[in-house]
Design a protein around this ligand. Structure first.
Ligand SMILES: C[S@@+](CC[C@H](N)C(=O)[O-])C[C@H]1O[C@@H](n2cnc3c(N)ncnc32)[C@H](O)[C@@H]1O
Length: 277
């Protein structure tokens, strides 16, 4: 049986902290900047539209979001496309926030969530047209298991979207996995987070019997997203520190470590797979 690490320490922080540096949808993953003048808010909406396009959503589909954060994707897909959405994450505070937001936006009938680790939840076989994992597989110890489970809940012809930060290749992982900066982000910030090379995620998709249909390199978009987050942390440092002295500096340090690696040690990819048979 897979042992699932507790990843909740970061995501169980007060949602107000994330409200201070993320966009208004509180999307905690890479945005997509279509022009130099795009704000973080616009770029996050661009990204959600991009995910919908890559999944081929037309409206009304059943969608499972694994690692749903503060609900940006499920609220957007329900509100813009009338999708029936289920969000999963082990962090209870995220679910209270999503329920409030769904009610405020009039989509409570289309948005539901379950608290738990994806690897341990019982979900309906072939129950979904699309499954998404944005920045969440990094917190799961066994990618083969995750891709297998994702395929099992997808209907035939359904689509899986995964975007994740990756080591640039296996040699970089060997060289950098034990460095202080990697350890600080993995242990001090998150609790568990395992960057892998893209080849490992592709192998897991293949082993699960999925067909890989596209890979996009979004590395430069994540660099700019994190620059915008750092600007917001600086602007709201006093309010963030009210939740814990030194918290703003700690957040800034982790975001700077993440941004120092792009293109050298790390990449950020979007991977789309189909359950073709
Ligand atoms: C970086 S956040 C991304 C959130 C969201 N996808 C977004 O783009 O805003 C990672 C999310 O994965 C969730 N997570 C961590 N481990 C998980 C697991 N085993 N099963 C499901 N979700 C998990 C965390 O609680 C958090 O919500």
């Amino acid at each position: 049986m897979t042992v699932v690490a507790d990843t909740n320490q970061h995501y169980d922080l007060d949602p107000d902290i994330f409200g201070q540096f993320l966009d208004p949808l509180r999307k905690y993953s890479s945005a997509l900047y279509e022009s130099d003048s795009d704000t973080l808010e616009l770029a996050q909406r661009n990204k959600l539209r991009f995910v919908a396009e890559r999944l081929g959503l037309r409206g009304g589909e059943q969608l499972l979001d694994v690692g749903c954060g503060w609900g940006s994707l499920i609220l957007y897909m329900a509100g813009e496309l009338g999708c029936r959405t289920l969000g999963v994450s082990p962090a209870p505070r995220q679910h209270d926030y999503i329920a409030e937001q769904a009610a405020a936006r009039g989509v409570a009938d289309l948005v539901s969530t379950r608290v738990g680790h994806f690897e341990q939840l019982d979900l309906p076989a072939r129950g979904f047209d699309a499954v998404t994992l944005l920045g969440s597989i990094v917190h799961m110890p066994d990618p083969d298991d995750v891709f297998r489970r994702a395929r099992a809940v997808l209907r035939r012809g359904g689509t899986l979207y995964v975007s994740e930060s990756c080591f640039r290749n296996r040699a970089t992982r060997t060289a950098f996995d034990d460095r202080d900066g990697t350890g600080f982000v993995r242990e001090d910030i998150f609790g568990f987070g395992e960057l892998r090379p893209l080849s490992e995620l592709i192998a897991a998709a293949e082993n699960a019997g999925l067909s890989v249909i596209s890979v996009d390199d979004l590395t430069e978009h994540y660099r700019r997203t994190i620059e915008d987050w750092i600007g917001n942390v600086d602007a709201a440092a006093e309010r963030i520190d009210a939740h814990g002295p030194g918290l703003a500096a700690k957040l800034r340090h982790y975001l700077e470590i993440a941004n120092a690696g792009w293109g050298y040690t790390t990449k950020h990819y979007a991977l789309v797979c189909r359950n073709a048979r």
